[in-house]
Design a protein around this ligand. Sequence first.
Ligand SMILES: Nc1ncnc2c1ncn2[C@@H]1O[C@H](COP(=O)(O)OP(=O)(O)OP(=O)(O)O)[C@@H](O)[C@H]1O
Ligand SMILES: [Mg+2]
Length: 200
Amino acid sequence: MISVSNLSLRYGKRTLFEDVNLKFTQGNCYGVIGANGAGKSTFLKILSGEVSQTSGSVAFTPGERMAVLKQNHYEFDEFSVLETVMIGHKELYAIMKEKDAIYMKEDFTEKDGERAGELENLFAEMDGWNMESNAATMLSNLGITEDNHYKLLKELDNTQKVRVLLAQALFGNPDILLLDEPTNDLDIETIAWLENFQLR
Ligand SMILES: Nc1ncnc2c1ncn2[C@@H]1O[C@H](COP(=O)(O)OP(=O)(O)OP(=O)(O)O)[C@@H](O)[C@H]1O
Ligand SMILES: [Mg+2]
């Protein structure tokens, strides 16, 4: 659940919204509508923590994970398709990166060894060894064939890109999924796939 209490946002003299009180409850799908520039994206960014409100608060059920499909489709252009999806599982991706960085070190200390051991355990517990193949399966289910998995995201066309970003959003098994204008570049097949998608 997300509860929004007395939320206000002002940019200088301009008030985008004021004293908003809302509850988003489990199992439901909500839509935010409004004219261009009304503040829909900004509202979602407050929910995801990307933008700070002027006053009020947003509270989540503790332990719930959130994923975001952004309106900006260029952020991951320089990453490979497969890596873009893996980034969606934030904790596991961070563990993998820290682990890789330790192994790259030339002056590998005893302490590094201990940390690497801890990270290996966490990685294995979180099914890290299957992360890449799980990401590949999700991409293939979305019609992104294997010959595309090692390309850079920017090499894909827009429809494919949004599918990859959608896979990224879903990859971490989120409890809360925020989609900003998901139908931009989402074709009918992908919309149908998303409607039938069951989080594990
Ligand atoms: N950092 C900022 N500083 C000042 N004004 C901002 C800032 N970010 C957004 N705005 C303004 O806030 C308003 C709301 O923008 P936002 O992108 O949330 O609208 P939107 O409802 O998502 O619009 P669209 O339908 O075009 O996606 C716009 O007028 C925008 O110019
Ligand atoms: Mg917007």
